[in-house]
Design a protein around this ligand. Sequence first.
Ligand SMILES: NC(=O)c1ccc[n+]([C@@H]2O[C@H](COP(=O)([O-])OP(=O)(O)OC[C@H]3O[C@@H](n4cnc5c(N)ncnc54)[C@H](OP(=O)(O)O)[C@@H]3O)[C@@H](O)[C@H]2O)c1
Length: 484
Amino acid sequence: MVSRVIPVDDFDLVIFGGTGDLARRKILPGLFRRFRSGQMPADSRIIGAARSELDTSGYRAMIREAIVEFGGDEKSDTDTLDQFLNALEYVAIDAKGEGGWSELKSLIRDKVIKAFYFSVAPSLFGDLAERLHAHEIADADSRIVVEKPFGRDLASAQALNATLAEHFDERQIYRIDHYLGKETVQNLMAVRFGNVLFEPLWNSHYVDHIQITVAETVGVGGRGGYYDKSGAMRDMVQNHLMQLLCLIAMEPPSVFGANEVRDEKLKVIRALQPVEAHHIVRGQYDASDDAASYRADVENPRSFTESFVAMKCHVSNWRWSDTPFYLRTGKKMKARTSEIAVVFKDLGHKMFEGDSARHRNILAIRLQPNEGMDLQVTIKEPGPGGMRLIDVPLDMTFADALGDDAEDATDAYERLIMDVIRGNQTLFMRGDEVEAAWAWTDPIIEGWEARNDVPKLYDAGSAGPDDAMMLMHRDGRRWRDIKG
Ligand SMILES: NC(=O)c1ccc[n+]([C@@H]2O[C@H](COP(=O)([O-])OP(=O)(O)OC[C@H]3O[C@@H](n4cnc5c(N)ncnc54)[C@H](OP(=O)(O)O)[C@@H]3O)[C@@H](O)[C@H]2O)c1
């Protein structure tokens, strides 16, 4: 299979926080890959901005190192890397100060697409938006890209939306959730809406339940201070898991347009019922032989913050009235995996004599590792010996399907940045979606706080607390194994 690369229009992209972790690990290595593939026009420019007193050559040296370290491939020939680095500039700017803005303005060309990536703490979004406007750097066609976390509750998300709205229209604001940039996520929509097979079965009549798991093996790493004030509910469920749930549950939009898709996602969030306290399990990882506990990692011996959440939710509409959605996410789990599993109902009638096993079709959509899908189907066990049935996966791992091109499969960040340049907001969260997600999440978190809820401990390297298993067992179901 040959992937096609269609170049985007010429652009100037300013990365505020251009020296930060995200810029060095994801944004710039991703842009380099787009440059190498021919998608980023050779004349386009990337301008890093942060407070550090660097000159452009110092910045290029920093980014060269980052691309070598985080580029994730062996194809980076020096000539191409040099050409890419020549497209980089650097300006020292404090988001809260007035220095550097006129220099930035002088670097930006008139007749190209202008995008501003706010890869800084959200507390600086307002300062940046205001100064871009005051110094007449952004125009009515410019785009801004903002990173998560987008607020920590409904009130702060509303305040952030209001701040950005003072200077930018909604059509200019790209709220990034890199989960939406994954190849599989888009393929999920292609599979659902592009095949006659699935859509007729995609409802409570045929789907028993849906499981969404996002498991990480890492702990809080160097983000302990931030994470301990956030927790898995704010850090993962409110954004990534909710977005995946929306894509699975939404009605087919009339056309595949940004607002049409986001209108349908919003309806799903609004149809989510409040979650009852006994349908949620919070967990916190404990120490194991070779790993510290969560509390040691965040240096807070009395922390009640959750590093794990499992819950059962209901989307209250015609399509999903009887189909529960089980969500689960955690840190220090037994394997790193992100997966959505659509578990279909049993056949009503067993016609094969002697076959007492339960056979179920399961469509598993893997976001990582090995992006792809498999559909579990029941067949006859090969060979003589009568009609013995077995379940086998019809496997579509993208790396197999794409062959050599899999190496070039666009990473989520680079795909999303190219969408920003194209002006396509389909895979970005709209302000009202984010607010609706917080409106659903807030009462859950407030309930925990009011009850002084203590998370259940689980062993690092496990599948989470036993209570999470019980959440499913009570309903006669079970979680799929967490496999890397
Ligand atoms: N890292 C990730 O994997 C990740 C994932 C998802 C979301 N995010 C979000 O992305 C944003 C950036 O994260 P990060 O991990 O890159 O953070 P980081 O490593 O701490 O980098 C922050 C960047 O902001 C710059 N900065 C800080 N204060 C500034 C100011 N007053 N004016 C201008 N620049 C300023 C810093 O450079 P100077 O100190 O030189 O100014 C640095 O370049 C955060 O909102 C984070 O929540 C990060």
